[in-house]
Design a protein around this ligand. Structure first.
Ligand code: EPU
Length: 429
Protein backbone atom coordinates (compact mmCIF):
# COMPACT_ATOMS: atom_id res chain seq x y z
CA UNK A 1 0.00 0.00 0.00
CA UNK A 2 1.38 3.41 -0.97
CA UNK A 3 2.10 6.06 1.66
CA UNK A 4 2.70 9.78 1.37
CA UNK A 5 5.54 11.43 3.26
CA UNK A 6 5.21 15.13 3.95
CA UNK A 7 7.71 17.45 5.59
CA UNK A 8 5.79 20.50 6.70
CA UNK A 9 6.68 24.14 7.05
CA UNK A 10 6.90 25.39 3.47
CA UNK A 11 4.61 28.03 2.01
CA UNK A 12 2.72 27.08 -1.15
CA UNK A 13 3.55 29.34 -4.08
CA UNK A 14 2.61 28.77 -7.71
CA UNK A 15 -0.27 27.42 -9.70
CA UNK A 16 -2.49 24.35 -9.34
CA UNK A 17 -4.66 23.16 -12.23
CA UNK A 18 -8.12 22.07 -11.05
CA UNK A 19 -9.35 18.75 -12.43
CA UNK A 20 -12.84 17.80 -13.54
CA UNK A 21 -15.21 17.05 -10.67
CA UNK A 22 -15.33 13.44 -9.48
CA UNK A 23 -18.90 13.86 -8.25
CA UNK A 24 -20.05 15.15 -11.65
CA UNK A 25 -18.04 12.68 -13.75
CA UNK A 26 -19.57 9.65 -11.99
CA UNK A 27 -23.28 10.43 -12.64
CA UNK A 28 -22.43 11.66 -16.15
CA UNK A 29 -20.76 8.35 -16.98
CA UNK A 30 -23.78 6.51 -15.54
CA UNK A 31 -26.12 8.60 -17.74
CA UNK A 32 -24.51 6.90 -20.76
CA UNK A 33 -26.72 3.88 -19.93
CA UNK A 34 -29.78 5.90 -21.01
CA UNK A 35 -28.89 5.91 -24.71
CA UNK A 36 -27.85 3.55 -27.51
CA UNK A 37 -25.66 6.32 -28.91
CA UNK A 38 -22.18 7.37 -27.83
CA UNK A 39 -21.75 9.85 -24.99
CA UNK A 40 -18.45 11.73 -25.19
CA UNK A 41 -17.27 13.20 -21.88
CA UNK A 42 -14.35 15.62 -21.76
CA UNK A 43 -12.32 16.78 -18.78
CA UNK A 44 -12.86 13.49 -16.94
CA UNK A 45 -10.42 13.27 -14.00
CA UNK A 46 -7.94 10.39 -13.77
CA UNK A 47 -9.12 8.89 -10.51
CA UNK A 48 -9.50 5.44 -9.01
CA UNK A 49 -13.29 5.95 -8.68
CA UNK A 50 -13.58 6.72 -12.41
CA UNK A 51 -11.66 3.49 -13.15
CA UNK A 52 -13.97 1.52 -10.87
CA UNK A 53 -17.06 2.89 -12.55
CA UNK A 54 -15.60 1.92 -15.93
CA UNK A 55 -15.41 -1.67 -14.67
CA UNK A 56 -19.03 -1.52 -13.54
CA UNK A 57 -20.17 -0.19 -16.93
CA UNK A 58 -18.11 -2.83 -18.76
CA UNK A 59 -19.97 -5.45 -16.75
CA UNK A 60 -23.25 -4.20 -18.27
CA UNK A 61 -21.72 -4.59 -21.76
CA UNK A 62 -20.89 -0.92 -22.25
CA UNK A 63 -17.89 0.05 -24.43
CA UNK A 64 -15.65 2.59 -22.76
CA UNK A 65 -12.86 4.18 -24.80
CA UNK A 66 -10.29 6.52 -23.33
CA UNK A 67 -8.60 8.92 -25.76
CA UNK A 68 -4.88 9.21 -25.34
CA UNK A 69 -3.08 12.50 -25.04
CA UNK A 70 -2.95 14.67 -28.12
CA UNK A 71 0.01 16.85 -29.13
CA UNK A 72 -0.30 20.16 -27.32
CA UNK A 73 -2.29 18.73 -24.36
CA UNK A 74 -0.99 19.95 -21.01
CA UNK A 75 0.06 17.20 -18.56
CA UNK A 76 -2.99 17.91 -16.41
CA UNK A 77 -5.65 18.10 -19.13
CA UNK A 78 -8.52 15.79 -18.26
CA UNK A 79 -9.19 12.75 -20.35
CA UNK A 80 -11.86 12.31 -22.99
CA UNK A 81 -13.99 9.24 -22.44
CA UNK A 82 -16.29 7.83 -25.13
CA UNK A 83 -18.99 5.62 -23.73
CA UNK A 84 -21.32 3.52 -25.82
CA UNK A 85 -24.11 1.54 -24.20
CA UNK A 86 -25.59 0.42 -27.54
CA UNK A 87 -25.99 -3.10 -26.29
CA UNK A 88 -26.67 -3.68 -22.59
CA UNK A 89 -26.01 -7.37 -22.02
CA UNK A 90 -26.56 -7.55 -18.27
CA UNK A 91 -28.84 -5.46 -16.04
CA UNK A 92 -27.28 -6.74 -12.81
CA UNK A 93 -24.71 -4.77 -10.82
CA UNK A 94 -23.07 -7.25 -8.44
CA UNK A 95 -22.12 -6.76 -4.80
CA UNK A 96 -18.38 -7.22 -5.50
CA UNK A 97 -18.41 -4.05 -7.61
CA UNK A 98 -21.12 -1.87 -5.99
CA UNK A 99 -19.72 -2.38 -2.47
CA UNK A 100 -16.45 -0.72 -3.58
CA UNK A 101 -18.10 2.57 -4.53
CA UNK A 102 -21.52 3.77 -3.39
CA UNK A 103 -22.23 5.95 -6.43
CA UNK A 104 -22.34 2.84 -8.63
CA UNK A 105 -25.75 2.09 -7.05
CA UNK A 106 -27.04 4.96 -9.22
CA UNK A 107 -26.98 2.66 -12.30
CA UNK A 108 -30.36 1.41 -11.01
CA UNK A 109 -32.27 4.39 -12.45
CA UNK A 110 -31.04 4.38 -16.08
CA UNK A 111 -31.17 0.57 -16.27
CA UNK A 112 -34.80 0.33 -15.18
CA UNK A 113 -35.79 3.38 -17.23
CA UNK A 114 -34.32 2.03 -20.47
CA UNK A 115 -34.40 -1.75 -20.03
CA UNK A 116 -37.51 -2.12 -17.84
CA UNK A 117 -35.62 -4.02 -15.19
CA UNK A 118 -32.49 -3.88 -13.06
CA UNK A 119 -30.91 -5.78 -10.20
CA UNK A 120 -28.41 -3.74 -8.23
CA UNK A 121 -26.66 -4.70 -5.00
CA UNK A 122 -27.29 -2.54 -1.95
CA UNK A 123 -24.03 -0.65 -1.37
CA UNK A 124 -23.46 -1.72 2.24
CA UNK A 125 -21.49 0.07 4.95
CA UNK A 126 -19.73 3.39 4.72
CA UNK A 127 -17.11 5.11 6.86
CA UNK A 128 -18.97 8.44 7.14
CA UNK A 129 -22.47 7.33 8.16
CA UNK A 130 -25.26 4.84 7.47
CA UNK A 131 -26.11 6.38 4.07
CA UNK A 132 -29.41 4.64 3.28
CA UNK A 133 -30.90 4.52 -0.24
CA UNK A 134 -34.59 4.65 0.79
CA UNK A 135 -35.14 8.01 -0.95
CA UNK A 136 -33.67 6.76 -4.23
CA UNK A 137 -36.08 3.81 -4.08
CA UNK A 138 -38.97 6.12 -3.17
CA UNK A 139 -38.21 8.27 -6.24
CA UNK A 140 -38.30 5.26 -8.58
CA UNK A 141 -41.55 3.99 -6.98
CA UNK A 142 -43.14 7.41 -7.57
CA UNK A 143 -42.33 6.92 -11.25
CA UNK A 144 -44.13 3.56 -11.30
CA UNK A 145 -41.24 1.12 -10.77
CA UNK A 146 -42.08 -1.98 -8.77
CA UNK A 147 -39.27 -2.58 -6.30
CA UNK A 148 -38.36 -5.59 -4.16
CA UNK A 149 -35.36 -6.13 -1.94
CA UNK A 150 -34.06 -9.67 -1.88
CA UNK A 151 -30.75 -11.20 -0.87
CA UNK A 152 -29.03 -7.84 -0.51
CA UNK A 153 -30.16 -6.73 -3.98
CA UNK A 154 -32.69 -4.13 -5.12
CA UNK A 155 -34.82 -5.52 -7.94
CA UNK A 156 -36.62 -2.89 -9.98
CA UNK A 157 -39.23 -3.59 -12.69
CA UNK A 158 -41.06 -1.34 -15.10
CA UNK A 159 -41.84 -3.64 -18.04
CA UNK A 160 -44.05 -1.00 -19.69
CA UNK A 161 -41.70 1.86 -18.94
CA UNK A 162 -41.71 4.45 -16.18
CA UNK A 163 -44.36 7.18 -15.99
CA UNK A 164 -43.97 10.75 -14.78
CA UNK A 165 -44.95 11.57 -11.20
CA UNK A 166 -44.47 13.85 -8.18
CA UNK A 167 -41.29 13.29 -6.18
CA UNK A 168 -41.14 15.25 -2.97
CA UNK A 169 -37.90 14.58 -1.12
CA UNK A 170 -38.31 14.89 2.69
CA UNK A 171 -34.54 15.54 2.86
CA UNK A 172 -32.19 17.05 0.29
CA UNK A 173 -30.33 14.21 -1.43
CA UNK A 174 -27.81 14.48 -4.25
CA UNK A 175 -28.02 10.80 -5.23
CA UNK A 176 -31.82 10.89 -4.98
CA UNK A 177 -31.97 13.89 -7.29
CA UNK A 178 -29.55 12.29 -9.81
CA UNK A 179 -31.73 9.15 -9.74
CA UNK A 180 -34.95 11.12 -10.28
CA UNK A 181 -33.43 13.14 -13.14
CA UNK A 182 -32.17 10.09 -15.03
CA UNK A 183 -35.33 8.03 -14.52
CA UNK A 184 -37.78 10.84 -15.30
CA UNK A 185 -35.95 11.76 -18.51
CA UNK A 186 -37.12 8.50 -20.09
CA UNK A 187 -40.52 8.28 -18.32
CA UNK A 188 -43.77 9.01 -20.15
CA UNK A 189 -45.30 12.31 -19.06
CA UNK A 190 -44.21 15.04 -16.67
CA UNK A 191 -42.26 14.66 -13.41
CA UNK A 192 -41.95 17.33 -10.77
CA UNK A 193 -39.15 17.05 -8.19
CA UNK A 194 -39.69 19.11 -5.03
CA UNK A 195 -36.88 19.83 -2.53
CA UNK A 196 -34.32 18.77 -5.14
CA UNK A 197 -30.60 19.04 -4.38
CA UNK A 198 -29.15 22.24 -5.88
CA UNK A 199 -25.50 21.15 -6.08
CA UNK A 200 -23.58 22.22 -9.23
CA UNK A 201 -23.14 18.52 -10.10
CA UNK A 202 -26.94 18.25 -10.43
CA UNK A 203 -26.91 21.16 -12.88
CA UNK A 204 -24.05 19.53 -14.81
CA UNK A 205 -25.98 16.25 -15.13
CA UNK A 206 -29.16 18.08 -16.21
CA UNK A 207 -27.19 20.10 -18.80
CA UNK A 208 -25.74 16.90 -20.26
CA UNK A 209 -29.13 15.14 -20.25
CA UNK A 210 -30.64 18.13 -22.07
CA UNK A 211 -27.87 17.88 -24.69
CA UNK A 212 -28.90 14.23 -25.04
CA UNK A 213 -32.46 15.34 -25.79
CA UNK A 214 -34.04 15.40 -22.32
CA UNK A 215 -36.42 18.22 -21.36
CA UNK A 216 -35.38 19.36 -17.92
CA UNK A 217 -36.04 22.83 -16.51
CA UNK A 218 -35.17 24.26 -13.12
CA UNK A 219 -31.99 22.31 -12.28
CA UNK A 220 -30.12 24.32 -9.66
CA UNK A 221 -33.41 25.29 -7.98
CA UNK A 222 -35.43 23.25 -5.48
CA UNK A 223 -38.18 22.51 -8.00
CA UNK A 224 -37.21 20.68 -11.17
CA UNK A 225 -39.67 19.80 -13.95
CA UNK A 226 -38.93 17.03 -16.45
CA UNK A 227 -40.98 16.28 -19.56
CA UNK A 228 -40.19 12.67 -20.35
CA UNK A 229 -39.03 11.69 -23.85
CA UNK A 230 -39.10 8.22 -25.44
CA UNK A 231 -35.45 8.18 -26.50
CA UNK A 232 -32.20 9.98 -25.68
CA UNK A 233 -29.30 10.57 -28.08
CA UNK A 234 -25.55 10.79 -27.79
CA UNK A 235 -23.88 14.09 -26.89
CA UNK A 236 -20.55 15.72 -26.07
CA UNK A 237 -20.13 17.32 -22.66
CA UNK A 238 -17.23 18.66 -20.58
CA UNK A 239 -17.24 17.85 -16.84
CA UNK A 240 -17.31 20.95 -14.64
CA UNK A 241 -14.27 21.79 -12.44
CA UNK A 242 -14.05 20.12 -9.04
CA UNK A 243 -15.26 22.56 -6.38
CA UNK A 244 -14.10 20.30 -3.55
CA UNK A 245 -10.58 20.01 -4.97
CA UNK A 246 -10.61 23.82 -5.42
CA UNK A 247 -11.68 24.39 -1.80
CA UNK A 248 -9.19 21.84 -0.51
CA UNK A 249 -6.19 23.56 -2.12
CA UNK A 250 -7.54 26.97 -1.09
CA UNK A 251 -7.52 25.76 2.52
CA UNK A 252 -4.04 24.29 2.09
CA UNK A 253 -2.78 27.75 1.04
CA UNK A 254 -4.65 29.40 3.92
CA UNK A 255 -2.93 26.87 6.20
CA UNK A 256 0.67 27.23 4.99
CA UNK A 257 0.58 30.82 3.79
CA UNK A 258 1.79 31.70 0.30
CA UNK A 259 0.12 32.56 -2.98
CA UNK A 260 -1.45 30.09 -5.42
CA UNK A 261 -3.59 30.38 -8.54
CA UNK A 262 -6.21 27.63 -8.67
CA UNK A 263 -6.35 27.40 -12.44
CA UNK A 264 -9.80 26.81 -13.86
CA UNK A 265 -11.47 27.00 -10.42
CA UNK A 266 -14.87 28.70 -10.51
CA UNK A 267 -15.80 30.82 -7.50
CA UNK A 268 -19.58 30.50 -7.92
CA UNK A 269 -19.28 26.75 -7.33
CA UNK A 270 -17.98 27.25 -3.79
CA UNK A 271 -18.82 30.79 -2.71
CA UNK A 272 -19.73 29.88 0.88
CA UNK A 273 -16.43 28.04 1.35
CA UNK A 274 -14.46 30.93 -0.16
CA UNK A 275 -16.26 33.35 2.20
CA UNK A 276 -15.21 31.16 5.13
CA UNK A 277 -11.60 30.98 3.94
CA UNK A 278 -11.53 34.79 3.63
CA UNK A 279 -12.98 35.11 7.10
CA UNK A 280 -10.13 32.87 8.26
CA UNK A 281 -7.67 35.48 6.98
CA UNK A 282 -6.78 34.47 3.42
CA UNK A 283 -7.13 36.81 0.48
CA UNK A 284 -9.20 35.56 -2.43
CA UNK A 285 -9.39 37.15 -5.85
CA UNK A 286 -11.10 35.89 -8.95
CA UNK A 287 -9.17 36.26 -12.20
CA UNK A 288 -10.00 35.17 -15.73
CA UNK A 289 -7.71 32.17 -15.20
CA UNK A 290 -9.21 30.97 -11.93
CA UNK A 291 -9.14 31.78 -8.22
CA UNK A 292 -6.08 33.25 -6.55
CA UNK A 293 -5.62 32.51 -2.84
CA UNK A 294 -2.95 34.04 -0.65
CA UNK A 295 -2.14 34.55 3.00
CA UNK A 296 0.81 36.53 4.18
CA UNK A 297 1.82 37.52 7.66
CA UNK A 298 -1.47 37.56 9.53
CA UNK A 299 -2.42 34.38 11.39
CA UNK A 300 -5.48 32.21 10.85
CA UNK A 301 -8.69 33.57 12.40
CA UNK A 302 -11.19 31.15 14.01
CA UNK A 303 -14.59 30.57 12.36
CA UNK A 304 -17.96 29.02 13.28
CA UNK A 305 -19.43 26.99 10.43
CA UNK A 306 -22.28 24.51 9.91
CA UNK A 307 -22.33 22.19 6.89
CA UNK A 308 -25.43 22.42 4.70
CA UNK A 309 -26.65 21.34 1.29
CA UNK A 310 -25.58 23.67 -1.56
CA UNK A 311 -25.28 26.67 -1.55
CA UNK A 312 -24.25 26.24 2.11
CA UNK A 313 -20.82 25.14 3.32
CA UNK A 314 -20.22 21.62 1.87
CA UNK A 315 -19.77 18.57 4.07
CA UNK A 316 -17.02 17.47 1.67
CA UNK A 317 -14.87 20.40 2.93
CA UNK A 318 -15.63 19.97 6.63
CA UNK A 319 -12.58 17.84 7.44
CA UNK A 320 -10.26 20.22 5.57
CA UNK A 321 -11.70 23.23 7.46
CA UNK A 322 -11.16 21.48 10.80
CA UNK A 323 -7.53 20.89 9.78
CA UNK A 324 -7.15 24.61 8.97
CA UNK A 325 -8.71 25.64 12.28
CA UNK A 326 -6.27 23.51 14.30
CA UNK A 327 -3.77 26.38 13.92
CA UNK A 328 -6.22 29.29 14.30
CA UNK A 329 -5.65 32.04 16.85
CA UNK A 330 -8.67 31.14 19.00
CA UNK A 331 -11.52 28.65 19.19
CA UNK A 332 -13.66 27.50 16.25
CA UNK A 333 -16.88 25.49 16.18
CA UNK A 334 -17.74 23.31 13.22
CA UNK A 335 -21.06 21.45 13.06
CA UNK A 336 -21.76 18.58 10.63
CA UNK A 337 -25.41 18.22 9.62
CA UNK A 338 -25.26 15.97 6.52
CA UNK A 339 -23.57 12.77 7.75
CA UNK A 340 -23.74 11.44 11.31
CA UNK A 341 -20.26 9.94 11.54
CA UNK A 342 -17.99 12.24 9.60
CA UNK A 343 -15.41 13.05 12.27
CA UNK A 344 -12.96 10.16 11.82
CA UNK A 345 -10.19 12.69 11.06
CA UNK A 346 -10.44 14.24 14.54
CA UNK A 347 -8.52 11.46 16.32
CA UNK A 348 -5.83 11.48 13.63
CA UNK A 349 -5.45 15.28 13.75
CA UNK A 350 -5.00 14.88 17.52
CA UNK A 351 -1.94 12.72 16.76
CA UNK A 352 -0.41 15.83 15.17
CA UNK A 353 -1.12 17.83 18.33
CA UNK A 354 -4.52 19.33 17.44
CA UNK A 355 -6.86 20.21 20.32
CA UNK A 356 -10.36 19.17 19.27
CA UNK A 357 -13.34 18.30 21.49
CA UNK A 358 -16.31 16.48 19.95
CA UNK A 359 -19.80 16.93 21.31
CA UNK A 360 -22.40 15.19 19.18
CA UNK A 361 -22.24 16.74 15.74
CA UNK A 362 -20.07 19.71 16.77
CA UNK A 363 -16.29 19.87 16.88
CA UNK A 364 -14.77 22.60 19.03
CA UNK A 365 -11.23 23.33 17.95
CA UNK A 366 -8.82 25.26 20.16
CA UNK A 367 -6.10 26.55 17.86
CA UNK A 368 -2.53 25.57 18.76
CA UNK A 369 0.72 27.38 17.98
CA UNK A 370 2.23 24.48 16.02
CA UNK A 371 1.35 20.96 14.91
CA UNK A 372 4.02 18.25 14.98
CA UNK A 373 4.43 15.53 12.34
CA UNK A 374 3.43 11.93 13.10
CA UNK A 375 2.26 8.79 11.27
CA UNK A 376 -1.48 9.02 10.52
CA UNK A 377 -4.15 7.21 8.52
CA UNK A 378 -7.72 7.88 7.58
CA UNK A 379 -10.86 6.02 6.67
CA UNK A 380 -12.20 8.15 3.85
CA UNK A 381 -11.22 10.48 1.08
CA UNK A 382 -11.89 13.91 2.60
CA UNK A 383 -10.54 12.87 6.02
CA UNK A 384 -7.28 11.77 4.35
CA UNK A 385 -6.78 15.07 2.59
CA UNK A 386 -7.44 16.97 5.82
CA UNK A 387 -4.39 15.15 7.24
CA UNK A 388 -2.35 16.29 4.24
CA UNK A 389 -3.36 19.92 4.91
CA UNK A 390 -2.38 19.63 8.56
CA UNK A 391 0.90 17.90 7.65
CA UNK A 392 1.86 20.71 5.24
CA UNK A 393 1.98 23.08 8.21
CA UNK A 394 3.28 20.66 10.84
CA UNK A 395 6.84 20.68 12.10
CA UNK A 396 8.81 17.68 10.83
CA UNK A 397 7.66 14.57 9.02
CA UNK A 398 4.16 13.14 8.65
CA UNK A 399 3.53 9.79 7.00
CA UNK A 400 -0.02 9.53 5.63
CA UNK A 401 -0.98 5.87 5.32
CA UNK A 402 -3.78 4.32 3.21
CA UNK A 403 -3.19 6.65 0.30
CA UNK A 404 -5.71 4.72 -1.80
CA UNK A 405 -8.40 6.90 -0.20
CA UNK A 406 -6.71 10.00 -1.67
CA UNK A 407 -6.35 8.37 -5.08
CA UNK A 408 -10.14 7.93 -5.22
CA UNK A 409 -10.73 11.66 -5.44
CA UNK A 410 -7.55 13.74 -5.87
CA UNK A 411 -5.73 13.58 -9.18
CA UNK A 412 -1.92 13.68 -8.78
CA UNK A 413 -2.14 15.37 -5.40
CA UNK A 414 1.56 15.06 -4.66
CA UNK A 415 2.61 16.46 -8.07
CA UNK A 416 0.33 19.46 -7.68
CA UNK A 417 1.67 20.25 -4.19
CA UNK A 418 5.33 19.67 -5.11
CA UNK A 419 4.94 22.10 -8.03
CA UNK A 420 4.05 24.76 -5.43
CA UNK A 421 7.12 24.07 -3.31
CA UNK A 422 5.81 21.54 -0.79
CA UNK A 423 7.93 18.59 0.31
CA UNK A 424 5.65 15.68 -0.53
CA UNK A 425 6.68 12.27 -1.75
CA UNK A 426 4.80 9.04 -2.53
CA UNK A 427 6.40 5.92 -1.18
CA UNK A 428 5.25 2.84 -3.08
CA UNK A 429 4.83 -0.50 -1.45
N1 EPU B 1 -30.04 10.02 2.63
C1 EPU B 1 -31.08 9.27 3.10
N2 EPU B 1 -31.71 8.41 2.25
C2 EPU B 1 -31.34 8.29 0.94
C3 EPU B 1 -30.28 9.08 0.44
C4 EPU B 1 -29.66 9.95 1.31
O1 EPU B 1 -31.44 9.35 4.28
O2 EPU B 1 -31.97 7.50 0.23
C5 EPU B 1 -29.33 10.94 3.53
C6 EPU B 1 -27.85 10.58 3.68
O3 EPU B 1 -27.66 9.55 4.63
C7 EPU B 1 -27.27 11.89 4.13
C8 EPU B 1 -28.11 12.92 3.34
O4 EPU B 1 -29.31 12.23 2.98
O5 EPU B 1 -27.48 12.08 5.49
C9 EPU B 1 -27.46 13.47 2.08
O6 EPU B 1 -26.99 12.40 1.28
P1 EPU B 1 -26.88 12.53 -0.31
O7 EPU B 1 -27.84 11.57 -0.93
O8 EPU B 1 -27.02 13.97 -0.68
O9 EPU B 1 -25.39 12.05 -0.56
P2 EPU B 1 -24.85 11.14 -1.75
O10 EPU B 1 -25.58 11.42 -3.00
O11 EPU B 1 -24.76 9.74 -1.28
C10 EPU B 1 -23.07 12.86 -2.63
C11 EPU B 1 -21.58 12.88 -2.81
C12 EPU B 1 -20.90 12.91 -1.46
C13 EPU B 1 -21.36 14.17 -0.72
C14 EPU B 1 -22.89 14.17 -0.59
C15 EPU B 1 -23.44 15.43 0.03
C16 EPU B 1 -21.15 11.73 -4.89
C17 EPU B 1 -20.59 10.54 -5.59
N3 EPU B 1 -21.14 11.71 -3.56
O12 EPU B 1 -23.35 11.66 -1.88
O13 EPU B 1 -19.50 13.01 -1.71
O14 EPU B 1 -20.79 14.21 0.55
O15 EPU B 1 -23.48 14.03 -1.92
O16 EPU B 1 -23.06 16.54 -0.68
O17 EPU B 1 -21.59 12.66 -5.53
C18 EPU B 1 -17.21 12.60 -1.33
O18 EPU B 1 -17.00 12.99 -2.50
O19 EPU B 1 -16.28 12.42 -0.51
C19 EPU B 1 -18.58 12.36 -0.90
C20 EPU B 1 -18.88 11.64 0.18
Amino acid sequence: MDRIRIVGGKQLIGSIPISGAKNAALPLMIASLLTEDTLVLENVPRLADVGLLQRILLNHGVDVMLSGKRPGDAPYDGQTVKISASNIVDTTAPYELVSKMRASFWVLAPLVARMGQAKVSLPGGCAIGTRPVDLLIMALRQLGAKIDIDGGYVLAYAPNGLRGGEINFPKVTVGGTHTALMAASLASGTTVIENAAREPEIVDLADCLNKMGAKITGAGASRIVIEGVSKLNGARHAVLPDRIETGTYAMAVAMTGGDVLLEGGRAELLQSALDTIEQAGAKISVTNKGIRVSRNGAGIAPVDVTTEPFPGFPTDLQAQLIALMTCAKGTSRITETIFENRFMHVQELARLGAQIALDGQTATIAGVEKLKGAPVMATDLRASVSLVIAALAAEGETMVNRVYHLDRGFERLEDKLVACGATVERISG
